[in-house]
Design a protein around this ligand. Structure first.
Ligand code: SF4
Length: 332
């Protein structure tokens, strides 16, 4: 489904500049941008994937991953096609970098009754990149909030977006999981065709706007398995808030990248390093629940026990405080 895009400007005659993400693609008539889902049609910019749903499922919140946002709840997860980065190890490449045959057309006005029918309160825009699904996500998240202010919207995103569209969208967003893929601007650009500073900016702005944020770093051999760089990342995040949950995930070969999966010992060392800076660090894609549990940073009491998607809230009171020492825990 095609609709006019919200963020672009005239570059020259019928040539347009897309201003949605930092690529700022210059598009001649008929051409699409790096994301493949924005096109210059006779001097007007269109979003090509509005309402195209390629994946839809009822997921555990922890799968996003969000560990400190409505733990144990289910969330309706929607994805489309297209992405503005080019990670060679993309874990969702079938929809991010190809156009799947199967697409369901869904209008934003249908989303509130869809979540009601599923008996859930929230929608996650996930699987591929919600930034390049901008107009649909904006309309849908607005409808979800208008239908009931207690409903919530979640973005699972690479964070590579310009500030103006980000701020507009955040009005309707409650939580985000933001990928911070490599703490090195050159490698962000060279290996992933993105950039570090815009992603850091997204994290900072979302935090300042009071959005619940969690950060994910997929630890990929020969891309970001550099402890000095990772330490810089942890220290930078801790300067925003030591309470931002960080997910360090194990990589497995996918798409165009064939390196062996991340070494578990290295992942554990990375975890120990991150714990020197941050209060809530988790390891993902490994078979060990020890690294998935939430402990009180002050007294060490087990607060939330996780075994896969089996969640037990153990020692948190209704005010979100540790029952043992009273420390306030950042859980929404
Ligand atoms: S959203 Fe797409 S078309 Fe627009 S600047 Fe980014 S990659 Fe280019």
């Amino acid at each position: 489904m095609k609709i006019n895009s919200l963020f672009y400007e005239e570059f020259k005659d019928d040539i347009l500049k897309c201003t949605l993400c930092p690529h700022q693609c210059i598009l001649y008539p008929g051409k699409t941008g790096i994301c493949r889902v924005r096109q210059n049609v006779k001097g007007e910019m269109y979003s090509l994937n509005y309402g195209d749903v390629t994946s839809m499922a009822l997921d555990p919140m922890e799968k996003k991953p969000l560990f400190h946002f409505h733990p144990g709840e289910k969330i309706l997860s929607l994805g489309t096609w297209g992405c503005n980065l080019k990670c060679p190890f993309c874990q969702n490449y079938e929809i991010a970098h190809m156009k799947p045959e199967y697409q369901k057309k869904i209008y934003p006005s249908a989303i509130p009754s869809l979540i009601d029918n599923y008996g859930v309160r929230g929608v996650a825009y996930t699987y591929s990149e919600p930034i390049v699904w901008y107009e649909f996500v904006l309309d849908s998240s607005r409808q979800v909030k208008y239908a009931n202010p207690d409903n919530y919207n979640v973005l699972v995103t690479n964070g590579f977006i310009n500030e103006k569209p980000l701020r507009l969208m955040l009005q309707y967003i409650d939580a985000m999981n933001i990928d911070l893929k490599v703490y090195n601007d050159k490698n962000y650009m060279k290996l992933l065709k993105g950039g570090l500073e815009p992603v850091k900016n997204t994290i900072k702005i979302a935090y300042e706007e009071g959005i619940h944020i969690e950060v994910t770093t997929l630890v990929v051999p020969k891309v970001n398995d550099n402890l000095d760089e990772l330490e810089e990342e942890f220290s930078w995040l801790a300067n925003i808030s030591k309470d931002i949950p960080l997910h360090l995930s194990r990589y497995f070969p996918a798409y165009k990248y064939n390196e062996s999966p991340t070494d578990i010992n290295f992942l554990e060392r990375t975890y120990e390093l991150a714990k020197k800076y941050l209060n809530f660090v988790y390891l993902g894609n490994i078979l060990s629940s020890t690294y998935e549990n939430t402990y009180c940073p002050d007294c060490g009491t087990l607060l939330i026990q996780r075994k896969g998607y089996d969640i037990k809230i153990e020692n948190l009171n209704e005010n979100g405080e540790c029952k043992n020492c009273g420390r306030k825990i950042c859980i929404v």
